[in-house]
Design a protein. Sequence first.
Lengths: 254, 342
Amino acid sequence: MIGLTTTLAGYRAAAAELSGRVRLIAESGDIVAVSGDPSGLDIARRVTERGVRAVIIDRPRLASDDLGALRATGVAVILNRPALRADDAGDASPSTTASAVSVQAHVARGALRGMLTDAVGWGRVLAAGPLALRAAGSEGGRDGGERAVLADLTAPGRTGVALIASERLGTRGEARLRATVVAPERVDVVWSDGVALVTRSTRAGTLAVPRRWESPERLALRRALAALEGEAAIDDVDDWNHDAGIARAILAAR
Amino acid sequence: MIGVGIIGAGPGVAALHLPTAARESDRLRVVHISDGGSGHAVDLAARVGARHSTGIEDLLADPAVDAVVIASPPHLHAQHALAAIAAGKRGLLCEKPLALDRADVDAVIDAATESATTLVVGTNHLFDPTWGRTKHHAAAAGRVRTISITASLPPNGRYHDVVSDLAGTGAPRSAPDLSVPGVAAGIVRQLALGLLIHDLPLVRDLTAGDPEVLFARFVTPIGCAVGFRVGSVLVQATVALQPDGADALWRMAVTTSTDQFEVEFPPSFVHGGSAVVRVFTEGGVETAYPPSPVDGYVQEWQAFADALAGDGDGDVDGIRSDAHFAIAVADAAAELVGGAGS
């Protein structure tokens, strides 16, 4: 039985949904789930000295260096990115090299950086490789106003990703992201209200991939278990570093 | 009844213009079709009881031809438009693009204005009734922030086959030799003026200013991706042909400071109603509006007939600005692709 230490409600529920393998313990669990803000990282740093083997970072809002330092302690680091779940990414993985990918997002004011990181991540997944930033431009954002960004990214094999994203004036409301693979088998991902809908279209018709009903927290906990049991190599931090780094570069463009 | 002559006898005329003209047969009648030497005009003309010829001279000299549809190859549009105006024809419906450079655009517009010749350009997405509805929503939804166009298009022949019984349409293209300098840039310019031209007038509808192209890429097997800025609006357009791809996708997504709109246009050539628009509001409400039974092609022919009947309000300044805008995007995109050797 693996011990999970967390104060986050979503992971307590996830433990109950995996009660055959996981039990909640007050401290020093094998797995610790923390919030993705700097306070959560402080907690994670402290508990790694007490034998913790895996850390789940929930909805990361951290600098890349912070996560790298945590990983350097030897623990497995699993990131819960609800807008870019590992299972959704698998569902959307293109069957052939894409001709092109377009990613478009619309978010509440102040939420662009986080969503842009996931939007770059979708570009990386759908272009099937790490991306390089070729060009970028942005509008707005002065005096706290809403921003819009546009970027041209390229993956090995020269699949290009056109990424465009903007903030709404209001600070409330859900984000909406759409990513499309232009290829003989077209793939379309729409993420809104916390759910990704993936469709795959060929000349024969369109397949709507079944919705993933598992909570993102339960998925993250299962991935942490798999990492501990040696069933999966988790490279969430590398992916995060890639996505966050490019997002930062796009946001720096004028 | 207005007599119409059609310059051009290719698949677009067989699959699009003749079937669409038939829907306006209470006001217009095709009386003459000419080809550029292919001989295809003979068969097409016989089907509609029209005369046929090769070249444009006989058609323009035909007194039964009151108005002209220009559906010749794009590099001949301006030349044929000027000839039709010089021949004293009452009106022109010119396929997009009106011309391939600014000087030719201005020459055609100036000649049409001076002679009071009716001029309609076949920008079917602009004529789509759904576009008017979308503009109405966008005007009430704050500032436009981004426009994203994504099109994945199977061969035209797939749609020619459901609106025409002419054999041999939509011959497969051979792959371009991108190692030859200028080929990729030339294709990107051609695609900007042949495919992006569908939506560039719509972009101009929502923006103000000249385009500043930020990036451009050739897309395999045939396509392009272009990113640009117009005023404070950012725009990306990715279009590619997919020889064995899924049913056509042609989507324009517009975000404003409050809402998002997604407009999905029907495939080219078919008559299955207008585009569909979905609106996503800040409060999480999604609204899908039903399509109109009238599509952009029918609407452009109706506009042509209305204008010839004196009911239209020909917007030649708008046509000029749309054409200049598209050429500016095409030129800058081609320069970037050529310069980068992409």
